[in-house]
Design a protein around this ligand. Sequence first.
Ligand SMILES: Nc1ncnc2c1ncn2[C@@H]1O[C@H](COP(=O)(O)OP(=O)(O)OP(=O)(O)O)[C@@H](O)[C@H]1O
Ligand SMILES: [Mg+2]
Length: 377
Amino acid sequence: MDHIVLQGINKFYGTNHVLKDIDLTINQGEFMTLLGPSGCGKTTTLRVVAGLENPQSGMLWMGDRLVVNAKEEYFEAPAKRQLNLVFQSYALWPHMTVYDNVAFELNVNKLPKQTIRDLVENALDRMQIGEFAQRYPNELSGGQQQRVAIARAIVNAPKILLLDEPLSNLDAKLRIDMRSELKRLHKEMGTTVLYVTHDQAEALTLSTRIAVFFDGRIEQIDTPLNIYQNPVTIRMADFIGNPRINLLDGKANRMGNTLRVTCSLGDFEFDQALFTDDMPKEDGEFDCKLGIRPEQITLTKKDGFMANVYSVMPAGSETLIQLKVGNDNLLVKLLGLHHYEQDAQVKLKVDPQMINVFHAQTERLVKSVNQDEDMLE
Ligand SMILES: Nc1ncnc2c1ncn2[C@@H]1O[C@H](COP(=O)(O)OP(=O)(O)OP(=O)(O)O)[C@@H](O)[C@H]1O
Ligand SMILES: [Mg+2]
């Protein structure tokens, strides 16, 4: 009953077309994240779902209720949509203590006093703000206020929760703590969550699925694993992953059931089992780009492609190594600390299974990576 369906949503501000044909289904109990660069339309999408903005075209369902039908100019009032919201800017009631802010809805609904106390204390503890219960919002830091806003949104275990960059004001350590709290909460409450962030690590760690936006359009909707391993376009591949994916120029040749690829790392042959729908149907040659994640490259003492060390960047838990292979640059990420001399010769290895191949003209993925089933739940 709590799933959300957006169909053909278009939103204009004046002549600025900010949402373009958005089709998105958020299943009951799902943690769906909208991810994309600043200004791509994430907040606007959330506001359309909440009823704070009306689209010029499209339809929106919540469960079996038609909530928006733009053609008929039907827009259900926000209050009727029964969802809880946390905005990018957290609007707390300034004249109420933290405790009263979080308890507000529960008081309105006249729950028993002891129940309210238990629920509020539990929400405050989860957000690690129990000690601030009697303070007023203007006596809190931005990050503390943000956590109060989240506590207020989760206190009544809502069916649908909309969160817009709720962790943006927290320091790195607290952000990780809050991520794990949100993940637990989602599992425990079975809430349907629509979450907005431009932080890809947050999106990848929290979500059941991610919708990636560019410039008002959805580029890919997929599981975190598939978004990372099989980005559908070069732009997606480049956007997801830190450090960035390596993109090498190559020549591809489709011959029936196999694809041969030549690049500075040598020749590879791929079987049609991993071809995507965007693979050219006809046999023949085309320019391609190979996508190789930095952690998919290993350095070896045995046989491998020769490369030169351009620079070494140790960073405690990992070491980044910039290599030159012919005219190509390759970034390698190794776990732990490793020492290599600048300009030294090394040998490298890549598992061909883990290489993405993109068509250079269409920029779409034509050969995918074999999914590691063990990594799926
Ligand atoms: N009220 C408004 N009036 C006019 N234009 C707006 C309004 N709100 C948003 N926009 C424009 O719509 C586009 C999408 O904005 P939106 O806030 O949805 O982006 P976002 O993806 O949430 O970005 P961010 O990551 O910076 O929060 C932007 O170009 C923005 O300037
Ligand atoms: Mg926003």
